[in-house]
Design a protein around this ligand. Structure first.
Ligand code: ZN
Length: 400
């Protein structure tokens, strides 16, 4: 039986525990009171500084030249809603976006549904990239049941891709799960440069379609979530975006494996999505572009990173103007598009890179890199016309 003294002790311990939890919640910034007012401390999640800087703000309502957005997700974001598609095409007209590449085509019947969604009403405004169906009908939790681990998978995928190109598909997109989440039957990570996939990369070269590949993620996502992480605030809101080294393959190993694939398949064009996922380190990206003539990059969702290093970024864009493609990761709200135009076309200073109230990819603002018209043309549409089948005729049609 519990004595009165014991009961009191338990009660007191419980109260102390609750107080400790409350205090630590407050120190983590979850407490309402850390608002920075009247001498109180300020939690980083409550910090909303409004710049007092007075500098030129260029109101750009559209891009200077027709744009090909090579990185969009129309299936994922619009879920085949026709009304949303109509609205976005209106926005494309307004902002001078000639063509969008939807990277969510998938393969087989689902691919045809997506081609129909985008192509029926707007045959000259979209191209579609297919995706490899690694898991097939297999059980998600049991990799040995996945399609990709059955004999002849890559050859079968190559044949499906050939059919897909016959249906009008313009490229192949690989998502970051390829490298960061897919497993082999023995529980090891599926390797990006596993020779089993070689027939797929080879087929893309033979079919003349580029492979846009998202490998790894920003450096900060592979670092511990602590007070030294410059994207702490974002990782605090999205802990699932963190890839700690004890649980995931390292960023360096993933990028090296991707590069070995690019090197082994010089006849295939690869587009490194999100600035080959090294926008924090353009010197390294430059080295890759020098080494692999079949590599291109696009900068979807990376103006936040590029725009905080405007001198380096400008030099990079001038030097590699024939290897860089325009991408957004959209469809996005209109305001986000205007930030892309301002980043590329103006010398505006210290402006947001996102319409969101709190900067979603690092707590900073960006600077424009004022590219000359010759380079803007290449990045906005000329490079895409050269390497993505179907784009050139659509752009000429748009300009007429
Ligand atoms: Zn994307």
């Amino acid at each position: 039986m519990m004595t009165g003294l014991n009961k009191t002790l338990i009660k007191q311990t419980f109260i102390t525990l609750v107080l400790v939890v409350l205090a630590s919640a407050q120190s983590r910034g979850q407490g309402e009171s850390l608002d920075g007012r009247e001498g109180r401390n300020l939690a980083i999640g409550n910090f909303r500084p409004k710049p007092t800087l007075k500098v030129r703000q260029t109101a750009l309502e559209k891009a200077l030249f027709p744009v090909v957005d090579v990185h969009t997700h129309f299936r994922y974001r619009f879920k085949h809603d026709l009304g949303k598609l109509d609205e976005y095409v209106e926005l494309m007209d307004k902002h001078n976006i000639a063509v969008c590449c939807s990277l969510d085509g998938k393969l087989g019947d689902t691919l045809d549904t997506h081609l129909e969604y985008l192509g029926t009403k707007y045959p000259s405004r979209f191209v579609v990239f297919a995706n490899v169906d690694w898991q097939g009908e297999g059980d998600q939790d049991n990799p040995s049941s996945w399609a990709c681990h059955q004999p002849g998978f890559a050859e079968k995928t190559a044949r499906q891709l050939q059919l897909a190109v016959g249906h009008g598909v313009s490229g192949l997109k690989l998502f970051k799960q390829f490298g960061l989440s897919y497993k082999n039957p023995d529980g090891s990570w599926m390797k990006i440069d596993d020779p089993r996939w070689d027939p797929i990369w080879k087929a893309c070269g033979q079919l003349g379609i580029p492979v846009i590949i998202h490998t790894a993620d920003p450096i900060a996502f592979f670092r511990p979530i602590d007070e030294t992480n410059e994207r702490w605030e974002e990782l605090f809101r999205h802990p699932e975006w963190s890839f700690p080294p004890d649980k995931y393959p390292s960023r360096e190993l993933l990028l090296q494996a991707r590069n070995r694939v690019i090197e082994r398949h010089p006849e295939t064009i690869f587009i490194g999505a999100h600035m080959a996922n090294s926008s924090e380190d353009l010197m390294t990206v430059a080295g890759w572009l020098d080494k692999y003539p079949n590599l291109y990059v696009e900068f979807a969702s990376r103006i936040g990173e590029l725009g905080r290093q405007p001198y380096t970024a400008r030099q990079f864009f001038l030097k590699y103007s024939d290897r860089i493609l325009f991408g957004t990761d959209g469809p996005w709200p209109e305001l986000r598009l205007t930030y892309y135009w301002r980043f590329l076309e103006t010398y505006d200073e210290y402006f947001p890179y996102s319409e969101k109230e709190f900067p979603p990819q690092g707590f900073w603002r960006i600077y424009g890199i004022g590219l000359p018209p010759r380079v803007l043309r290449q990045i906005y549409y000329e490079n895409a016309c050269r390497i993505i089948p179907g784009v050139k005729s659509k752009v000429s049609n748009y300009r007429r």
